[in-house]
Design a protein around this ligand. Structure first.
Ligand SMILES: Nc1ncnc2c1ncn2[C@@H]1O[C@H](COP(=O)(O)OP(=O)(O)OP(=O)(O)O)[C@@H](O)[C@H]1O
Ligand SMILES: Cc1ncc(COP(=O)(O)O)c(N)n1
Length: 263
């Protein structure tokens, strides 16, 4: 049977990030994508113009409908908006027998808040402990742990600080540093450095969502965490290289780049 992957995230009306990016990634990687929508955003290439979270019962009901009938081989979380939603989703994940990739989304690329400041503690103490892989970017690492990353050495300290909250693996994304796009994956004993050339392309809306969904897709297919992260890094790097202009601001990565290169 086709591997089934569930994203628990916010909707991006512009189609570049959030649930839309997750489902496109899953299609491109050959798994069946399913969604639990936590919030609806009015969003485009210029930023987030509005955001409305769903009631916690609506989030629980979507999750139960999918998990109880269809079943999931991997879960990915993105925008969770509030402490109440973070805690409900952490509880649902802990009752699911599948790996979970947690992207602790804090703010959008344009700086719009996607998580209430009052929810940070729930992310640290409830959500990170149930994660198989946590994938913070540099701003999220600083928000969650206080560690500032300015060099490659700091990535190791940041990963150690994230692992203290209990995820099995930490993937610290150095995408916002200069030089190569370098990320560190570690479980505290093994270290895997993922390096890719930096593409000089401003159309990078949705990189983090795409990477986390690609990891979840690999895990659902039975890859190990290092294998799934390696394959996901290759996919997101190609998607960034092919990112394109849409609207007047930051365009999306190209989730379909592999289909187009085969045409
Ligand atoms: N210009 C670039 N060229 C190549 N790889 C990049 C570039 N920018 C980011 N990456 C890579 O993309 C992945 C996502 O990292 P990034 O730091 O952009 O995440 P993020 O900030 O969570 O994304 P998002 O913008 O969706 O919130 C990482 O593997 C990172 O190294
Ligand atoms: C619904 C939603 N989820 C996640 C992001 C983060 O993506 P980015 O940092 O590329 O704006 C977003 N903008 N919108």
């Amino acid at each position: 049977m086709i591997p089934r992957v569930l994203t628990v995230a916010g909707s991006d009306s512009g189609g570049g990030a959030g649930v839309q990016a997750d489902l496109k990634t899953m299609l491109a990687l050959g798994v069946h994508g399913m969604s639990v929508i936590t919030a609806v955003t009015a969003q485009n290439s210029l930023g987030v113009q509005g955001a409305w979270e769903l009631p916690v019962e609506a989030v629980r009901a979507q999750y139960r409908s999918v998990a109880d009938d269809i079943g999931v081989q991997a879960v990915k979380t993105g925008m969770l908006a509030s402490a109440e939603l973070v805690e409900a989703v952490a509880e649902l994940i802990s009752g699911t027998d599948a790996p979970a990739v947690v992207d602790p989304v804090g703010v959008s690329k344009h700086g719009d808040p996607l998580l209430a400041a009052s929810a940070l503690d729930s992310v640290r103490t409830k959500l990170l402990p149930v994660a198989t892989v946590a994938t913070p970017n540099l701003d999220e690492v600083t928000q969650l742990t206080g560690v500032r990353v300015e060099s490659e050495d700091d990535l190791r300290r940041a990963a150690g600080a994230v692992l203290e909250y209990g995820p099995r693996w930490a993937l610290i994304k150095g995408g916002h540093l200069s030089g190569d796009a370098l990320d560190l994956l570690t479980d505290g004993s093994e270290e895997h450095w993922l390096r890719a050339p930096r593409h000089d392309n401003r159309h990078t809306h949705g990189t983090g969502c795409t990477l986390a969904s690609a990891i979840a897709s690999g895990l659902a297919k039975g890859l190990t965490v290092p294998e799934a992260v390696g394959a996901a890094k290759e996919y997101v790097t190609g998607a960034i290289a092919a990112g394109f202009a849409l609207g007047a601001g930051i365009g999306p990565v190209d989730h379909g780049w592999r289909f187009r290169s085969a045409e």
